[in-house]
Design a protein around this ligand. Structure first.
Ligand SMILES: *[C@@H]1O[C@H](CO)[C@@H](O)[C@H](O)[C@H]1NC(C)=O
Ligand SMILES: *[C@@H]1O[C@H](CO)[C@@H](O)[C@H](O)[C@H]1NC(C)=O
Length: 456
C-alpha cells in the first residue's frame, strides 16, 4: 500500500506491482500511469455520517483510458483507517461535462446527481436541471441509480478493479465532448464513524432505530415498516453512541485516498463499456421488451429476513434475469455486496456459469483485515472474453447469510464489456507495463484544485 513519505499533501505514486495477463494485442508498448489523490477533507465525530458530493475532484485529464480506480480512507498522517472506526458505506465517481465559464456554486450542486435526472438516450448523457452540467453515465442497465463508472464500499482495499489489457474505459474523447464544455469529475463519499456506537453492525446497516430519524433527507415521513437503509443514514444523521463516549473532542479529519491507473488513448487501446446489473432491478421481460435502460428501475437496497430455523443453509438466494441489450464481450466482472454477503454469480439461460465473485471477510483488527467486514471481493478475469448476444438472458444470483437479518444490503454486478475485440492475428506478451512514477502536488487555487506534475 502506498504511504506518504512526507507530511502534507505531497503524494508519491508507487509503481503498481500487478500486471494482468494479456490476451495479446497489437500495438506499441504502453505505460500504465498511476497517480494518487486525496479527496477533500471529511470531518467526522463518533456516530456521525457524511454523504458528501465533491465536484471537480482531482483526476487525470485529457483523452485517456482508465485501467483501475482504487481507494481507501486515511487520516491526516496518511495512515489507513480501519472499517470498525470509519465504515466506508460507499464511494462513487461520476464524470460530467461542465459548460466552460460556468461557476458551479455549492447551492447549485444537486445532491441527487448520482441517482436522478433525465436521460438523453442518444448520447448516453443525463441532463441536469440546467444544461450547464451534463452528467455522463455508465452504459446501464439501470435507469437512474447505480450508474457511476467507478464505485465500491468496504471491500475497496482488496478488490481488483484493473481492466485487463488491452482494454480500458475511454474518457474525454474530443470528438464526443460537446462544444464549449469540459470534462470534470464528481466524487460521492458515504462514510459512517462507528467509534463508540452502541451497535456497529446496526449503524453500518443504517437501522432507523439507531439513527432516531422520522423523516428522510427530502423531508418525507419514513414509513414504519422501513427498518433500515440510506433513508435513515443520510448526510449529517447521527448513530447512537454509548453514554459518555463522545465526551471531549473526538473530531478527526479523514480523506478518501484514491489511486487512478490510466493510459493515454490511442488506437492500440480497446474501449470497454461499464454495465451494472442490480439484483433489485424491477425489470421483467414483456412483449416488445428491448432491455433498454428506460425499462429498468433499480431500488438498489434490499433487506434479508432472518431464517426461521437454524438448520441447514440459512442462505438468502436472490435471482434476477436480464435481457442483454447489447452484443459484446465481457472481459471483467465483480460483485458489490455488504456484510453478510456470500457471493454472486452470473449464469446463462441454460444454467452455464459465466462468473462467480466471492467476498473475503477479515479476521483481525488492522486495516484491510477487519473482522466481520467484507474486506475484498474476487474479480473475474475470464481466460477468453465471454461473448454475449443481443436479446440473450443472463441471470444474476446474489447470496446473503440470513442467520441474522440485514437491512439496506446490495447486490450489484459490475461488468466491463468490449464491443469489439482486438485484432487476433498476432499474440504478444503483456505489453502494458506499470512503470510510471509521478509525483503530484495538490494546489489550492481560487478556481478549485489542479495538479502539477513534479516529475515523471
Ligand atoms: C430522538 O429524537 C427525538 C425528537 O426528534 C428526541 O426527543 C429524543 O430524545 C431522541 N432520542 C435519542 C435517543 O436521541
Ligand atoms: C448461492 O446459494 C445457492 C444455494 O445454497 C447455491 O446453490 C449457489 O451456488 C450459491 N451461489 C454462489 C454464488 O455462491
Amino acid at each position: 500500500m502506498a504511504r506518504y513519505l512526507g507530511t502534507s499533501l505531497v503524494l508519491l505514486v508507487m509503481a503498481l506491482t500487478t500486471i494482468s495477463p494479456s490476451h495479446g494485442f497489437l500495438g506499441t508498448e504502453k505505460k500504465v500511469k498511476s497517480a494518487v489523490f486525496l479527496s477533500q477533507k471529511l470531518e467526522m465525530n463518533p456516530g456521525s455520517v457524511i454523504n458528501s458530493f465533491f465536484y471537480d475532484m482531482d483526476f487525470p485529464r485529457g483523452h485517456i483510458g482508465v485501467k483501475s480506480f482504487d481507494a481507501e480512507v486515511v487520516d491526516e498522517s496518511g495512515n489507513s483507517v480501519p472499517l470498525h472506526e470509519t465504515y466506508l458505506h460507499h464511494w462513487a465517481v461520476v464524470p460530467y461535462y461542465q459548460r466552460k465559464g460556468f461557476k458551479l456554486s455549492p447551492r447549485d450542486m444537486p445532491r441527487n446527481l448520482v441517482v436522478g435526472s433525465k436521460q438523453d438516450p442518444d448520447r448516453n448523457l443525463v441532463l441536469g436541471s440546467r444544461s450547464n452540467i451534463i452528467i455522463v453515465n455508465n452504459a446501464g442497465l439501470c435507469n437512474t441509480a447505480v450508474r457511476p463508472f467507478f464505485g465500491k464500499g468496504s471491500e475497496t482495499r482488496k478488490t481488483s478493479t484493473y481492466a485487463p489489457d488491452p482494454y480500458a474505459i475511454e474518457f474525454d474523447n474530443p470528438e464526443e465532448r460537446p462544444d464549449g464544455y469540459e470534462l470534470k469529475w464528481l466524487l460521492n463519499i458515504h462514510a459512517i464513524d462507528t467509534r463508540g456506537v452502541v451497535d456497529k453492525s446496526g449503524c453500518t446497516e443504517c437501522r432507523c432505530d439507531l439513527y432516531n430519524v422520522t423523516i428522510d433527507e427530502y423531508g418525507r415521513t419514513i414509513k414504519p415498516d422501513y427498518q433500515g437503509g440510506l433513508n435513515c443514514c443520510y448526510h449529517k444523521t447521527q448513530c447512537r453512541v454509548r453514554n459518555g463516549f463522545d465526551n471531549g473532542d473526538k473530531t478527526r479529519s479523514l480523506y478518501l485516498k484514491y489511486t487512478v491507473g490510466w493510459v493515454d488513448w490511442d488506437s492500440s487501446v480497446v474501449p470497454v463499456k461499464v454495465y451494472s446489473l442490480d439484483i433489485t432491478d424491477t425489470w421483467e421481460r414483456k412483449e416488445g421488451s428491448t432491455g433498454d435502460i428506460h425499462e429498468h428501475d433499480c431500488p438498489v437496497e434490499y433487506n434479508v429476513k432472518p431464517c426461521k430455523t437454524n438448520g441447514d443453509g440459512c442462505v438468502d438466494v436472490k435471482k434476477k434475469s436480464f435481457m442483454m441489450p447489447f452484443d459484446g464481450y465481457v472481459v471483467f466482472g465483480v460483485v458489490h455486496q455488504h456484510a453478510g454477503g456470500l457471493g454472486g454469480a452470473l449464469y446463462r439461460e441454460d444454467g452455464e456459469g459465466i462468473f462467480t465473485s466471492m467476498p473475503e471477510y477479515g479476521n483481525g483488527v488492522e486495516p484491510g483485515n477487519e473482522a466481520g467486514y467484507i474486506v475484498g471481493i474476487s474479480s473475474c478475469y475470464p481466460q477468453e472474453p465471454v461473448k454475449v448476444s443481443y436479446g440473450e438472458t443472463l441471470t444474476f444470483e446474489s447470496n446473503y447469510s440470513n442467520a441474522v437479518g440485514h437491512t439496506g444490503v446490495m447486490g450489484i454486478f459490475h461488468l466491463l464489456v468490449a464491443q469489439q475485440l482486438h485484432e487476433p492475428e498476432i499474440s504478444l506478451p503483456a505489453l502494458f507495463q506499470v512503470k510510471a512514477a509521478v509525483v503530484y502536488r495538490r494546489q489550492n487555487r481560487e478556481d478549485g484544485y489542479h495538479y502539477q506534475s513534479l516529475s515523471t
